[in-house]
Structures are given as structure tokens and as C-alpha cells.
Design a protein around this ligand. Sequence first.
Ligand SMILES: [Zn+2]
Length: 236
Amino acid sequence: MKMPCYLVRDLLPLYHDGVCGEETAADVREHLEGCESCRAALAELDADTGAEARLNAEGEQASAEALRKVRGDLRRKRLLPALLVGLAAVVVLAAAVLGFRRYAMGVQLTIPTEDIAAVTLGEDNALRITMQDGKCWTAFTACYRTLRTGGQDKEIVLFTMYVDLWSSLFRDGWSDGQQAMLFDNLQQEAQEVCYVRWDEWDQVTAATKTEGEGSGAQDVINGDAVSGLLHPLWER
Ligand SMILES: [Zn+2]
């Protein structure tokens, strides 16, 4: 049976998609063999389908790219707050350490008398303080004094020292387990070298009065008032 062109044109999309019945498809094929214009119409359908497929593929690619971009943005958005939080934490930590350091350097800890292993007097007029734990801190102050007890005077040297909290935590001591202090005339004058705890130094200072004037002036400690506060570590 011969089909007219208009009928073939209506059937072409179905034929093209392969959804015609077998007999219809055979008739269409037969018509196409003898009709150039309907073959051209079928070729156009083929071309359209290819373009559509290309468009679809491009669309999918564009979607994939858009999706990647969104994911990237999300990752950046999540990363930035994390970085800021990390940075803030570092700043806070650094400030805390600096703040603690400043505080700790101002905390003056008393060094117990038992921590001092020995005090020796050298031929070079140097007073040497040796610590039990090998950590020695600079003597804060040392001075000549006259100790007056029951009307009797004795020439002594007093020294005191402290360690600040920061150094006690993080330093090994200022000197290698021993601290030397040079004194003029130490050999001749000093009969006793006494340690005064840093937290009791003010009491000793309060019991001290200057007597005389000029080169004859001497700082006299009221021995009765400082009983128990002076710890003799070296005596002759
Ligand atoms: Zn035809």
C-alpha cells in the first residue's frame, strides 16, 4: 500500500523514535526509499535530535559546574569562620601568657632559709651563697649593719633575696648554683653573715636606726626587736 507524503510526515517522529508498529514502520520505510523529500525530513529530525542531545549535555555540564561552585562557596564560607576563630584563640592565648608573665614577674617569693646550702667567705672578699637545688637567684640586697643586743655590738652582714614566680617556674636560676657578692673589708669587719627572709625584711628595716653622722655613721639594729629574724649562716 502506497502512503501519501502528508501521512508519512505525521508518522515520521514516531518512526524516528522507533515506536511505530512493525507494519507501519515497513510502509514508512518503503515510502522513504522512493521519496527524497521525506528522507530529507527524516534527516532533519535526526539532526534536531543530535542538537538536542548536545544541548542536554552542555546543560548538564553547566549544572555540574554551578554545583561545584556552590560547594566551593560553602566550603569557603565554612573555612573562613574557622580561621577567624583560630586566629582569635591564638590572640587570646598570647595575651593570657603575656598577662600571666607580667603578673608572675611581680610576685616575689620568699626563699626559705633551708634552701641555702652554704655561705662562704673567700679570700677575695666575696660572699658566696650556694643553694641546695643548684638554683641560685641574685641576692636582692646585702649590707653592713651593727647588731646591738643587750648593750653588746656586733658587726654583721645581712642579705636577702627572693625569686619572682615567673623565674621560679621557667628559669634555672640566674647563676650556676652559686651567687657571689663582693664586699669591701668583709674579712676585717664582719663577724657574722645573716640571711633575712624577703617577707621579713621590712621588720628588720623597721628595727634599724642610723646613729652618728658622716663617715662615723652606722646603721644599728635593735637585736631584741629582730629576735628570730636573722639567720646566721656564717660566723667567725
Ligand atoms: Zn513522501
